[in-house]
Design a protein around this ligand. Structure first.
Ligand SMILES: [Zn+2]
Length: 211
């Protein structure tokens, strides 16, 4: 039996091999405990292992520290004669192929990205010990289906601007977003929730009466 930690791993079928703790980070070496895998191409089960490789994966923080899962991921042979795949990498429900963080960590970052600006969210992610760049957060917003929208503002922003534009550099993207927020969203767009006034007009009308 491996070491015990007060922390639920993203998958009960993971075995914890070791724990390494530094000032900032807890590294958990984990390996799937299953003895077989299913070929993603033909859905046939196989028990013939090809190789092992390690993946560094960011997970939810624990005890105010970053958590990195060092996953001993596996490759398998597909022996089905009708399948064109010879060797495949194992798929997991808790992380997408080639991703660097768990779905649950991504979900937290998505909530963060949708609740404030990406620059603020980047700062918050560091405070939460789940550090990411604001480019990563912007990518998360762009890749979020509409049903996931948390904030109507970000939904509008995404639909009207981010989806329709590919930026050459980060500076251009930043400038474009600030311009959109400052000049268009606050002054031109009419909001049904504000009695069909723009936010700036609304503030002019009602902002002073509250003072
Ligand atoms: Zn196959």
């Amino acid at each position: 039996m491996g070491p015990l930690i007060p922390f639920p791993l993203p998958d009960p079928l993971l075995t914890l091999h070791s724990v390494d703790e530094s000032e900032e980070k807890i590294t958990l070496v984990v390996e799937p405990s299953t003895q077989s895998s299913i070929c993603p191409a033909c859905q046939t089960s196989t028990t013939r292992r090809h190789s092992r490789y390690s993946r560094a994966i960011q997970d939810l923080p624990m005890n105010n520290k970053q958590v990195e899962l060092l996953l001993l991921a596996r490759k398998w042979f597909c022996d089905s004669p009708s399948c064109s795949t010879e060797v495949f990498t194992e798929r997991y429900e808790w992380i997408l192929p080639k991703k660097r963080r768990t779905l649950r960590a991504e979900e937290l970052l998505r909530k963060l990205a949708f609740s404030t600006s990406c620059l603020n969210a980047e700062k918050l992610s560091r405070h939460l010990h789940l550090p990411v760049s604001h480019d990563t957060l912007l990518t998360l917003i762009r890749h979020t289906p509409d049903s996931h929208e948390v904030s109507p503002f970000h939904g509008i922003l995404k639909r009207e601007l981010v989806y329709q534009t590919k930026y050459k550099t980060r500076e251009v993207a930043k400038k474009s977003l600030f311009e959109y927020i400052g000049f268009f969203y606050n002054s031109k767009r009419i909001h049904s929730t504000l009695g069909y006034n723009t936010p700036n007009e609304f503030e002019r009308m009602y902002g002073n009466s509250a003072a």
